[in-house]
Design a protein around this ligand. Sequence first.
Ligand code: NAD
Ligand code: AKB
Length: 317
Amino acid sequence: MKKILVTGALGQIGSELTMNLREKYGNDNVIASGLNKKESKVIETGPFEIVDVTNAQQIADIVKKHKVDWIINLAAILSAVGENKPTLAWNVNMGGLFNILEVAREENLGVFTPSSIAAFGPSTPKDETPQDTIQRPNTMYGVTKVSGEILCDYYYEKYGVDTRGVRFPGLISHETLPGGGTTDYAVHIYYEALKNGEFTCPLKKGTKMDMMYMPDAINAIVDLLEADPSKLKHRNAFNVTAMSFDPEEIYREIKKRMPEFKMDYNVKPELQKIADSWPNSLDDTQAKKQWDWNPRYDLSAMTDDMLEKLRKKLDIK
Ligand code: NAD
Ligand code: AKB
């Protein structure tokens, strides 16, 4: 039985992953943590601790207190916020990861840390981006993501720490709003369609990026945690994807179900620059081969589910 500490557990992924892991491993075996407490199912249903990942002692104390054997590190500053606050992004994303890996080395823990499509840059092949290719990102978030992948490989090779991770695309979900990324528009569009019947898109027509619905992202984490380590050649940075679309394609998908829905554009140059530096679509063959990665939701199935769930949440008929 695993005893798992989740950092950044009140964020977009953590708020759903923690609940899923508690169902699987038992409430008391999944210790959620975050910078501060706020109203959340995560806090109501099991242990919660204040952990700032830039504080190594705090991580070590909580690991010992709960006899943790895995850390899922979700504490991070995402791409758009990171471009405005690069020092904070470096300190949290790299300083925090380094602290976690050091505790893992000393206490013999496994560590799961998500990377991102942001680990690629403008010189990476854009279509069907291979698993192993050029990675020269030009955002601070991307720099921390590619450095984090390499640091996790290093801790595995040098110290035998069981490090694992995937390169997530933009994640779309209805439980918790995204934390300040470039792909956030693909969540906000659903809320705005239902609340106001119109959406102003901050990215240009034709800006294709990989995306994934949250249930598939949760399955990716759980499946890779459970995967047979002897079959993992890449360990820390598996390309995973479920769909690739541009703003017009998601708009048309919503419009099929809500014919009155309207979208216009007010392109934010700083966001567009980030989006333009990322792949159009990833090749996730290695994840499929090495641990049977198999997403269930395409754009159409996700749109049906998002609209249904958000209608209930927002109490809109
Ligand atoms: P999020 O912004 O929703 O949540 C991150 C959480 O970390 C927040 O609750 C924030 O309060 C917390 N945090 C910030 N600084 C901290 C610190 N010093 N100590 C402890 N906690 C701190 O992010 P998310 O979307 O849940 O992302 C989780 C991970 O997945 C990140 O590594 C991110 O890069 C990666 N990822 C996310 C996406 C996505 O679309 N959501 C895509 C690719 C990769
Ligand atoms: C972001 O846009 O910053 C994230 C990501 C793809 O890493 N959603």
